[in-house]
Ligand binder design. Structure first.
Ligand code: SOE
Length: 370
């Protein structure tokens, strides 16, 4: 069976997913046969060049013309174009893989969650960090009770690309298009990972207190003398309580000098701790039992669920491999009819937390997530 895939968006995420689709037949021979069918975008010239480079057979400037012709639809556009095409695809029974965060607003996320619930097609959200082997290994340790009962989670995602006040304005600085800033772009990953790692044991996030800050109020528009207002946060912090009583702190920023893509997650239980940093993604720091400190486990041996597909143990993987694993799992589920997570329901649960953080910032008080 060949799955024809249409992809909306051809920049950063378009490249990451097209690379993944191209790698599948080389490294995952049991993956369904996939055809990069149509690349969708608005600028015809740029689109044609991207389709050529990324290996797509066709291009289209309107997603409506494509959805009925394909077996899966990837929505990799800016956040404000997540809802309408994804809902239309699900209504047509076409499986969707949508980039994160699910939507710019909770209201859009509700519509997307509902469309997914009423459709027989798979609705997946592309939280690629769930497919880092070290984090899958960490989840296995937590589920096996190796660190005991979960008490504390700390997730921090720091970048620096907006430190310079003259860094150009983009849709990511606009509340209408992006929803929020560091919160939705980066915080969504942290909240999803916390749910992935400890959700089974700790339940959902119950209540939260959050704070958002914008340090640069306007930014220059590239290629003109104009400036535009920044209507999203540059950074956020939050403290949360899970249903089990476990405590979490979340933090993200796009204005932290010296941090390029520094996502770190620490989990403490009654019997041990786990520590992960995206900057050392082949490793997991593990402290269990009577050990007096963390041991660094190189997750490129039999503990890596994808090791067979790649290189001999010890030959490290990178950021792009997370997309290959994600595409492998998603398309395999499309072909087999199996479940896939993270689903739209998972992404909606993340969106509820993001929304609660904004509500808390506005009210200056702790708020309940539901
Ligand atoms: C930009 O901040 C960005 O590309 C995010 O949008 C991604 O989700 C993250 O993985 C890397 O940084």
């Amino acid at each position: 069976m060949t799955l024809n895939v249409a992809v909306l968006g051809y920049r950063f995420m378009g490249k990451a997913h097209a690379n993944a689709l191209a790698r599948l037949p080389m490294f995952f021979p049991d993956a369904p046969d996939v055809r990069r069918h149509t690349l969708i975008g608005r600028d015809e010239d740029a689109l044609a060049a991207a389709a050529d480079r990324l290996g797509f057979a066709h291009t289209a400037t309107d997603w409506r013309e494509v959805i009925d012709d394909v077996d899966a639809f990837y929505n990799l556009g800016p956040n404000h174009v997540h809802a309408e095409p994804s809902i239309a695809a699900l209504e047509a029974g076409v499986p969707v893989l949508c980039e994160k965060p699910l939507a710019p607003t909770l209201a859009d996320a509700v519509r997307m969650r509902d469309a997914a619930e009423s459709s027989d097609a798979l609705a997946a959200c592309a939280f690629n960090y769930r497919f880092v082997p070290a984090l899958r290994y960490a989840k296995g340790l937590i589920d096996d009770g190796k660190i005991g009962e979960i008490r504390q989670i700390r997730a921090r995602y720091l970048q620096d690309w907006l430190v310079d006040p003259d860094a150009p304005w983009s849709w990511r600085n606009d509340a209408e298009m992006a929803g929020s800033g560091a919160l939705g772009d980066l915080g969504a990953h942290s909240v999803d990972l916390a749910r992935f790692l400890v959700g089974e044991q700790a339940g959902g996030v119950d209540r939260i207190s959050g704070h958002l800050q914008t340090f640069t109020e306007e930014r220059p528009v590239e290629g003109s003398d104009e400036t535009r207002p920044v209507t999203v946060d540059d950074a956020y912090t939050a403290q949360a309580e899970f249903e089990s009583g476990a405590m979490a702190t979340f933090e993200a920023s796009r204005v932290t000098p010296g941090h390029k893509n520094d996502h770190s997650v620490t989990v403490h239980g009654t019997d041990g701790s786990l520590r992960f940093s995206l900057e050392r993604l082949n490793e997991l720091e593990v402290m269990t039992g009577d050990a007096r400190g963390y041991e660094t486990v190189l997750v490129t041996d039999e503990s890596d669920p994808y090791v067979e597909a790649w290189w001999p143990p010890g030959h490290v993987l990178g950021w792009e491999h997370t997309f290959v694993h994600e595409n492998y799992e998603f398309l395999s589920a499309v072909a087999s009819g199996d479940e896939f997570s993270p689903s739209f329901a998972d992404a909606y649960a993340v969106q509820e937390v993001l929304d609660a953080i904004e509500r808390s910032d506005e009210s200056g008080e702790w708020v309940s997530v539901r």
